[in-house]
Design a binder for this molecule. Structure first.
Ligand SMILES: [Mg+2]
Length: 98
């Protein structure tokens, strides 16, 4: 898959890669906003989220290839931020349920 994504970045260039990632993120946000029935069976709406999530994963992976110091550094930076945010969320949950 990486070979295809690298090729896409080479063919379309960094600006279109960035714009595409932004567009797909907006489409995912819109699909999530349509989920008005989290407790019920809304298969059509969830299918839209699944579709856009796939697009976002593809485009963010392409975006990671543009990171100035390399894709591995990008992934490590995201990993560290996720760890920080999960710890923060845990603190919020602890306070919320105390
Ligand atoms: Mg899309």
């Amino acid at each position: 898959m990486s070979k295809i994504l690298k090729r896409a970045n080479e063919v379309f260039g960094p600006v279109k890669t960035i714009i595409k990632a932004s567009e797909e993120s907006a489409e995912l946000a819109a699909a999530i906003a349509k989920l008005g029935c989290a407790d019920g069976p809304c298969t059509d709406e969830w299918a839209g989220v699944v579709d856009e999530m796939a697009d976002v994963e593809i485009t963010t992976e392409r975006l990671s290839m543009l990171y100035p110091t390399g894709r591995d550094d990008f992934e490590e930076a995201v990993f560290k931020r996720k760890a920080f945010k999960l710890k923060r969320l845990e603190g919020v949950l602890d306070e919320y349920t105390a």
